[in-house]
Design a protein around this ligand. Structure first.
Ligand SMILES: [Zn+2]
Length: 282
């Protein structure tokens, strides 16, 4: 009621517009997203962009399954979407892809047909770190200067850098089981090539919304290596996109500048903007 009155008076020019406008949200890049067939059935590219806008997310790093769905989003908003080549035809492939010897050749062919900035997300753990399919994908990424997004343990990250010391790796979910000491060791070992996303670990690192001191100390020690993300792993997660983004902003808000901007935006911008995406072959 009061708001309506104010608006009316402001329109009549008798009330200085109702107080200062809310300050704009700090810029944010969501560095880990999925867009599956089920997601696409629920949310058109327009609907996805509307969600980003409402959450103040300027750019989205997204992988599709099937992979072409990421290209559909990219073509809809090339300045907002950073497409990763998903190598799974469907979610079912999460456990089978390592044994599909035709996969690397298919991935290489797909990289020729579209604009891709990375490969992933690849799910694997120590016992499979030496699988040749993984090795070939890492080599492919390194040769094309693509980022590889990996959901796995430290052994897999070590293996990726054994295969290709210069490859850029985005390690998902704070290394799966988030341990600040382990991540500090890994960042010391790979200071220029390893980035780590915090997705789906917000409650672990900031229960009650406040970042735990060990995590804050790690972010302060490595201010350029961490990126934030929602990780839309399901239709339900897309439905709650705004809430998750707000939760991330909640714990990041207490950080000093420039660390806060680094985590929310600048680190991901540096990771993905240092590469010229390969020219599209329509
Ligand atoms: Zn994911």
């Amino acid at each position: 009621m009061m708001r309506r009155l104010r608006l009316l008076l402001a329109l009549l020019g008798t009330w200085p517009a109702a107080g200062p406008a809310a300050p704009p949200l700090p810029p944010m890049i969501d560095a880990h997203a999925h867009y599956t067939a089920a997601d696409a059935a629920a949310f058109s590219p327009e609907a996805v962009l509307a969600k980003l806008d409402a959450a103040g997310v300027s750019r989205l790093v997204v992988t599709g399954s099937p992979p072409q769905l990421a290209q559909r989003l990219y073509r809809h908003a090339p300045d907002r979407v950073i497409p990763l080549l998903g190598v799974y035809a469907a979610d079912l492939d999460k456990g089978n892809w390592l044994h599909d010897s035709g996969l690397p050749a298919r991935a290489a062919a797909q990289l020729q047909r579209g604009t891709w900035v990375g490969i992933g997300e690849l799910h694997l753990f120590a016992r499979d770190a030496k699988q040749p399919v993984f090795e070939q994908l890492v080599r492919l990424a390194a040769a094309r200067k693509l980022v590889v997004m990996i959901h796995g343990d430290a052994e897999v990250i070590d293996r990726a850098f054994d295969i290709a010391p210069d490859v850029r790796v985005l390690w998902a979910h704070l290394g799966t089981l988030p341990q600040p000491g382990l991540l500090a060791d890994m960042l010391q070992r790979y200071p220029d090539t390893l980035w780590i996303d915090t997705s789906v670990r917000d409650e672990r690192i900031a229960p009650d919304g406040t970042l735990l001191p060990a995590w804050r100390a790690l972010f302060e020690r490595h201010p350029e290596r961490f990126v934030v993300a929602v990780d839309t792993f399901s239709v339900n997660r897309w439905q709650h996109y705004g809430e998750v983004a707000a939760q991330i902003r909640g714990w990041a808000d207490a950080l000093p500048q420039p660390l806060k901007d680094n985590l929310l935006h600048d680190n991901a911008a540096r990771l993905f903007d240092r590469f010229q995406p390969p020219a599209a072959h329509p």
